[in-house]
Structures are given as C-alpha cells and as structure tokens.
Design a protein around this ligand. Sequence first.
Ligand code: PEP
Length: 250
Amino acid sequence: MDNRSKLMVGNWKMNGGLTANAALLAEILQGLPDVACRAAVCVPSVYLPQVGELLSGSALAWGAQDVSAHESGAYTGEVSVSMLRDMGVRYCIVGHSERRLYHAESDVVVATKAQRALAAGITPIVCVGESLAEREAGQTEAVVKRQLAAVIQANGHCISEIVLAYEPVWAIGTGLTATPEQAQLVHAVLRAQLQAASEHAERVPLLYGGSMNAANAAQLLAQPDVDGGLIGGASLKAADFLSMLKTASR
Ligand code: PEP
C-alpha cells in the first residue's frame, strides 16, 4: 500500500468498554480483506493494551487520542509518549478541538505534543479547525494557518512526517458537514502552507473530519487535497466504518 493511498482514522473519543471494543474490532477485522486503504483506530489510552493485542498482525493500526506535552514526572493523570510507544501505537491525535476547548490547549502546547510524538517515532495526527463564530467572521483561513504555523515552527523539516486533519469545530459531532468544496478550499490552503515549509509536503496526508459518514464520504474523499478522514461517531459502528474504508479504497 503506497503512501498516497487514503488514510482513514476512527476516533472513538471517550466511548467503549472491554466487551464492546472486542465486538466492534472483531466485526471490522472480518471486513478488512476488502479494504485497500490505510486505516487506524484511536482509542482511550486505558484500552491500548487490549486493542493492541486484538489488532497485532492485522492491517488496522491503533493510536491514542492525546499525549502529554511533558516527558515524565509529576503530571498526575497524564500519559507520556514513551508509555504510548510501549503500547505499540502508530498514531496519536494532538490538538483535537475537544482538547483545545475543554482543556485549554494552546497552539504551542499542541505543537509541543506533536514534537514529542515525532521524537518518539509516533505519527501525530494534528487537528486544526475554526469555530462557527470564526467562520462567520471570515477568519477560517487565518485560524487554521495560525494553528498549523505553530506546529511548523516547532517541528521544522520534520513537518512532512505529520498527518494533518482539518476539522471545522462546527461540524464535529453535530451532523453538519463541510461541503466538499468548503473542505477542499481549506485543504488547499493547508497544503500550500506545508509546501512553503517543506519540499516533502506532498506526502503529508490531509484528513477531513466532522460528521463524515457512509453517505457523504465518497464526495469528500473525491476532492484533490482530501487524503482521508478522521471519523468520530460513525467509527463506532462497524458497518459504517467498513463502508467508509471501502469507499476510501476505490
Ligand atoms: C472527531 O471526533 O474527530 C470527529 C470528526 O467526530 P464526528 O465524526 O463525530 O463529527
């Protein structure tokens, strides 16, 4: 599977349980022989040992949803990159809007998390996106560029090793989806910004996230700069997630 094949990532958020995880993954694994895109699930960190064991040797990678900006020490409740590496994760989401919003994560903190992940050999899935108020104020481009600039500044030439996800905040978990044209416009802006920072920018997968589902995935994925999806709610249903993986395999 080449680096240009689509990348589809499920974000389970704070959902799941030992029994439900096993059932969901068993059903997804059954359908994987028909899938030709790259795929991963980002799960709550306590379930990484279980998920790693269930997915080991399969074509479905696993990842975390966040990581500490600190290396180790007195940071109660946090999980470090070396701990994630012990769990065999390939990916780690950083800067999801729910972290930026509910945990006051700044652009600099998000950039540091991406840096820590890269240094540990884990691919950060860096999320950027504007709120509804910012979109309505005509600030979409400025916001996503500011968020990405912090990550570029902290990571220099390593920037081509990240995965970037455009997730308009107003589309996450709301049932509202950016139109394919809206998504493409922002993706093109982000691609240009990456190109200005690295000659290898073409290899950065640009994912769209925000109420992507089995019905709208094909149109979004058909856009030239949409290289895959970051999928929340619809990744919790095996049939829907598999359907999107198959769409991304075409
Ligand atoms: C997400 O959590 O990253 C996401 C895109 O969620 P949803 O698909 O549920 O909008």
